[in-house]
Design a protein around this ligand. Sequence first.
Ligand code: DC
Length: 237
Amino acid sequence: MDTADRAHAPVVVAIDGPSGSGKSTVSRAVAARLGLSFLDTGAMYRAMTWWMLANEVDVTDAEAVAVACGKPVIVSGVDAAGPTITVDGQDVSGPIRGPEVTAQVSAVSAVPQVRTRLVELQRGCAELAERGIVAEGRDMGTVVFPTATVKVFLTASQNARAERRAAELRAKGVDEATITAMAADLARRDAADSSRDTSPLTQAADAVLVDTSELTLEQVIETITALVEQKAGLTAV
Ligand code: DC
Protein backbone atom coordinates (compact mmCIF):
# COMPACT_ATOMS: atom_id res chain seq x y z
CA MET A 1 0.00 0.00 0.00
CA ASP A 2 1.52 3.36 -0.94
CA THR A 3 1.27 6.58 1.08
CA ALA A 4 -1.64 7.97 -0.94
CA ASP A 5 -3.73 4.80 -0.36
CA ARG A 6 -2.93 4.83 3.32
CA ALA A 7 -4.17 8.41 3.61
CA HIS A 8 -7.67 7.22 2.60
CA ALA A 9 -7.74 3.83 4.32
CA PRO A 10 -9.55 3.75 7.69
CA VAL A 11 -7.11 3.83 10.57
CA VAL A 12 -6.74 0.60 12.51
CA VAL A 13 -4.85 0.69 15.80
CA ALA A 14 -4.13 -2.86 17.00
CA ILE A 15 -3.34 -3.21 20.69
CA ASP A 16 -2.37 -6.60 22.13
CA GLY A 17 -1.09 -7.75 25.48
CA PRO A 18 -1.70 -10.00 28.46
CA SER A 19 -4.46 -9.63 31.08
CA GLY A 20 -3.87 -6.75 33.45
CA SER A 21 -1.57 -4.79 31.12
CA GLY A 22 -4.18 -2.00 31.07
CA LYS A 23 -5.16 -2.65 27.44
CA SER A 24 -8.90 -1.97 27.77
CA THR A 25 -8.65 1.29 29.72
CA VAL A 26 -5.81 2.60 27.58
CA SER A 27 -7.36 1.57 24.25
CA ARG A 28 -10.68 3.13 25.10
CA ALA A 29 -9.09 6.40 26.23
CA VAL A 30 -6.92 6.63 23.10
CA ALA A 31 -9.97 5.97 20.90
CA ALA A 32 -11.97 8.68 22.71
CA ARG A 33 -9.16 11.23 22.36
CA LEU A 34 -8.72 10.59 18.64
CA GLY A 35 -12.42 10.23 17.77
CA LEU A 36 -12.01 6.57 16.81
CA SER A 37 -14.27 3.60 17.49
CA PHE A 38 -13.23 1.11 20.18
CA LEU A 39 -13.48 -2.67 20.08
CA ASP A 40 -12.83 -4.91 23.11
CA THR A 41 -12.42 -8.34 21.47
CA GLY A 42 -11.97 -10.08 24.85
CA ALA A 43 -15.59 -9.11 25.56
CA MET A 44 -16.64 -11.04 22.43
CA TYR A 45 -14.84 -14.21 23.60
CA ARG A 46 -16.41 -13.70 27.00
CA ALA A 47 -19.88 -13.26 25.40
CA MET A 48 -19.43 -16.49 23.44
CA THR A 49 -18.41 -18.28 26.67
CA TRP A 50 -21.40 -16.80 28.54
CA TRP A 51 -23.76 -18.17 25.85
CA MET A 52 -22.12 -21.64 25.98
CA LEU A 53 -22.58 -21.78 29.77
CA ALA A 54 -26.15 -20.43 29.60
CA ASN A 55 -27.00 -23.13 27.05
CA GLU A 56 -25.25 -25.93 28.95
CA VAL A 57 -22.66 -26.63 26.27
CA ASP A 58 -19.74 -28.57 27.79
CA VAL A 59 -16.95 -26.00 27.29
CA THR A 60 -14.26 -28.65 27.83
CA ASP A 61 -15.58 -30.45 24.72
CA ALA A 62 -13.98 -28.53 21.82
CA GLU A 63 -16.18 -30.33 19.25
CA ALA A 64 -19.37 -29.37 21.05
CA VAL A 65 -18.18 -25.75 21.26
CA ALA A 66 -17.23 -25.78 17.57
CA VAL A 67 -20.67 -27.09 16.55
CA ALA A 68 -22.55 -24.57 18.72
CA CYS A 69 -20.48 -21.42 18.12
CA GLY A 70 -22.39 -20.31 15.02
CA LYS A 71 -25.63 -19.93 16.97
CA PRO A 72 -25.38 -16.85 19.24
CA VAL A 73 -25.83 -13.41 17.69
CA ILE A 74 -23.05 -11.32 19.28
CA VAL A 75 -23.16 -7.57 18.68
CA SER A 76 -20.46 -5.13 19.86
CA GLY A 77 -21.32 -1.44 20.17
CA VAL A 78 -18.09 0.38 19.35
CA ASP A 79 -18.68 3.90 20.68
CA ALA A 80 -15.64 4.66 22.85
CA ALA A 81 -17.87 6.79 25.11
CA GLY A 82 -20.06 3.78 25.96
CA PRO A 83 -19.13 0.41 24.46
CA THR A 84 -21.83 -2.29 24.62
CA ILE A 85 -22.07 -6.04 24.10
CA THR A 86 -25.22 -8.08 23.53
CA VAL A 87 -25.96 -11.74 22.89
CA ASP A 88 -29.24 -12.47 21.10
CA GLY A 89 -30.30 -8.92 22.01
CA GLN A 90 -29.52 -9.29 25.74
CA ASP A 91 -27.05 -6.94 27.45
CA VAL A 92 -24.35 -9.23 28.90
CA SER A 93 -21.78 -6.58 29.87
CA GLY A 94 -22.14 -7.48 33.58
CA PRO A 95 -22.26 -11.30 33.53
CA ILE A 96 -19.33 -11.67 31.12
CA ARG A 97 -17.01 -10.25 33.83
CA GLY A 98 -18.13 -12.79 36.43
CA PRO A 99 -15.93 -15.63 37.78
CA GLU A 100 -17.76 -18.43 35.86
CA VAL A 101 -17.06 -16.86 32.46
CA THR A 102 -13.55 -15.76 33.49
CA ALA A 103 -12.68 -19.33 34.51
CA GLN A 104 -13.85 -20.86 31.20
CA VAL A 105 -13.03 -18.24 28.56
CA SER A 106 -9.53 -19.56 27.75
CA ALA A 107 -10.96 -22.98 26.80
CA VAL A 108 -13.61 -21.46 24.53
CA SER A 109 -11.23 -18.99 22.91
CA ALA A 110 -8.79 -21.79 22.03
CA VAL A 111 -11.36 -23.43 19.69
CA PRO A 112 -10.43 -22.53 16.06
CA GLN A 113 -14.08 -22.34 14.86
CA VAL A 114 -14.86 -19.81 17.61
CA ARG A 115 -11.92 -17.68 16.49
CA THR A 116 -12.90 -17.84 12.80
CA ARG A 117 -16.40 -16.65 13.63
CA LEU A 118 -15.34 -13.82 15.96
CA VAL A 119 -12.49 -12.64 13.72
CA GLU A 120 -15.04 -12.16 10.94
CA LEU A 121 -17.22 -10.05 13.26
CA GLN A 122 -14.17 -8.04 14.39
CA ARG A 123 -13.18 -7.22 10.80
CA GLY A 124 -16.78 -6.22 10.10
CA CYS A 125 -16.67 -3.73 12.99
CA ALA A 126 -13.48 -2.18 11.57
CA GLU A 127 -15.00 -1.87 8.09
CA LEU A 128 -18.00 0.02 9.49
CA ALA A 129 -15.94 2.41 11.64
CA GLU A 130 -16.07 5.84 9.99
CA ARG A 131 -12.81 7.42 11.07
CA GLY A 132 -11.09 4.27 12.25
CA ILE A 133 -10.92 1.89 15.17
CA VAL A 134 -8.78 0.96 18.15
CA ALA A 135 -9.09 -2.82 18.55
CA GLU A 136 -7.64 -4.57 21.58
CA GLY A 137 -7.06 -8.25 22.32
CA ARG A 138 -4.42 -10.93 21.92
CA ASP A 139 -4.13 -11.38 18.13
CA MET A 140 -5.07 -7.98 16.70
CA GLY A 141 -1.66 -7.22 15.18
CA THR A 142 -0.74 -10.80 14.28
CA VAL A 143 -3.94 -12.29 12.82
CA VAL A 144 -7.01 -10.04 12.70
CA PHE A 145 -5.46 -6.82 11.35
CA PRO A 146 -2.03 -7.77 9.93
CA THR A 147 -1.86 -4.49 7.97
CA ALA A 148 -2.98 -2.26 10.88
CA THR A 149 -1.80 1.36 10.69
CA VAL A 150 -0.28 1.15 14.17
CA LYS A 151 0.47 -1.94 16.26
CA VAL A 152 1.21 -1.79 19.96
CA PHE A 153 2.18 -4.62 22.28
CA LEU A 154 1.35 -3.50 25.78
CA THR A 155 2.97 -5.34 28.61
CA ALA A 156 3.86 -5.04 32.29
CA SER A 157 5.73 -7.30 34.69
CA GLN A 158 3.69 -10.14 36.20
CA ASN A 159 4.10 -8.40 39.56
CA ALA A 160 2.81 -5.03 38.34
CA ARG A 161 -0.19 -6.67 36.64
CA ALA A 162 -1.11 -8.72 39.70
CA GLU A 163 -0.75 -5.61 41.91
CA ARG A 164 -3.02 -3.53 39.66
CA ARG A 165 -5.69 -6.22 39.53
CA ALA A 166 -5.50 -6.62 43.33
CA ALA A 167 -5.89 -2.85 43.85
CA GLU A 168 -8.97 -2.81 41.56
CA LEU A 169 -10.53 -5.71 43.46
CA ARG A 170 -9.70 -4.22 46.86
CA ALA A 171 -11.39 -0.97 45.81
CA LYS A 172 -14.51 -3.05 45.07
CA GLY A 173 -14.38 -4.56 48.58
CA VAL A 174 -13.30 -8.06 47.46
CA ASP A 175 -11.69 -10.14 50.26
CA GLU A 176 -7.97 -11.10 50.26
CA ALA A 177 -8.53 -14.86 49.72
CA THR A 178 -10.50 -14.14 46.55
CA ILE A 179 -7.83 -11.68 45.40
CA THR A 180 -5.14 -14.38 45.82
CA ALA A 181 -7.27 -16.90 43.93
CA MET A 182 -7.84 -14.39 41.12
CA ALA A 183 -4.10 -13.71 40.83
CA ALA A 184 -3.50 -17.44 40.35
CA ASP A 185 -6.29 -17.53 37.76
CA LEU A 186 -4.70 -14.59 35.92
CA ALA A 187 -1.37 -16.42 35.69
CA ARG A 188 -3.09 -19.62 34.53
CA ARG A 189 -5.05 -17.72 31.87
CA ASP A 190 -1.95 -15.93 30.57
CA ALA A 191 -0.12 -19.25 30.25
CA ALA A 192 -3.08 -20.81 28.39
CA ASP A 193 -3.54 -17.80 26.06
CA SER A 194 0.18 -17.70 25.24
CA SER A 195 0.65 -21.42 24.61
CA ARG A 196 -2.47 -22.38 22.63
CA ASP A 197 -2.04 -23.60 19.03
CA THR A 198 -4.41 -21.13 17.34
CA SER A 199 -3.47 -17.42 17.47
CA PRO A 200 -1.49 -17.44 20.72
CA LEU A 201 -0.66 -14.12 22.37
CA THR A 202 2.56 -13.00 20.67
CA GLN A 203 4.05 -9.66 19.75
CA ALA A 204 3.81 -8.89 16.01
CA ALA A 205 7.23 -8.28 14.44
CA ASP A 206 6.22 -4.70 13.54
CA ALA A 207 4.51 -3.85 16.86
CA VAL A 208 5.87 -1.16 19.18
CA LEU A 209 6.53 -2.61 22.64
CA VAL A 210 5.28 -0.44 25.51
CA ASP A 211 6.18 -1.69 29.00
CA THR A 212 3.77 -0.04 31.42
CA SER A 213 5.29 -1.39 34.68
CA GLU A 214 6.81 1.97 35.64
CA LEU A 215 4.34 4.29 33.88
CA THR A 216 1.15 5.92 35.11
CA LEU A 217 -2.08 5.33 33.20
CA GLU A 218 -1.95 8.89 31.86
CA GLN A 219 1.63 8.39 30.61
CA VAL A 220 0.63 5.23 28.73
CA ILE A 221 -2.39 6.93 27.15
CA GLU A 222 -0.23 9.89 26.10
CA THR A 223 2.51 7.66 24.66
CA ILE A 224 0.09 5.69 22.50
CA THR A 225 -1.96 8.71 21.45
CA ALA A 226 1.25 10.41 20.29
CA LEU A 227 2.30 7.27 18.41
CA VAL A 228 -1.01 7.10 16.56
CA GLU A 229 -0.98 10.84 15.78
CA GLN A 230 2.48 10.47 14.33
CA LYS A 231 1.96 7.23 12.37
CA ALA A 232 -1.60 7.80 11.17
CA GLY A 233 -1.52 11.55 10.77
CA LEU A 234 -4.51 11.93 13.11
CA THR A 235 -5.01 14.67 15.68
CA ALA A 236 -7.02 14.66 18.90
CA VAL A 237 -10.68 15.71 18.62
O1 DC B 1 -9.05 -9.32 27.61
P1 DC B 1 -9.93 -10.29 28.40
O2 DC B 1 -9.32 -10.75 29.67
O3 DC B 1 -11.31 -9.78 28.57
O4 DC B 1 -10.04 -11.56 27.44
C1 DC B 1 -10.78 -12.68 27.82
C2 DC B 1 -10.18 -13.93 27.22
O5 DC B 1 -10.37 -13.95 25.81
C3 DC B 1 -8.68 -14.12 27.47
O6 DC B 1 -8.47 -15.24 28.32
C4 DC B 1 -8.10 -14.41 26.11
C5 DC B 1 -9.22 -14.38 25.13
N1 DC B 1 -8.98 -13.50 24.01
C6 DC B 1 -8.46 -14.05 22.88
O7 DC B 1 -8.18 -15.24 22.86
N2 DC B 1 -8.29 -13.28 21.77
C7 DC B 1 -8.58 -11.98 21.79
N3 DC B 1 -8.40 -11.26 20.68
C8 DC B 1 -9.11 -11.39 22.96
C9 DC B 1 -9.27 -12.18 24.07
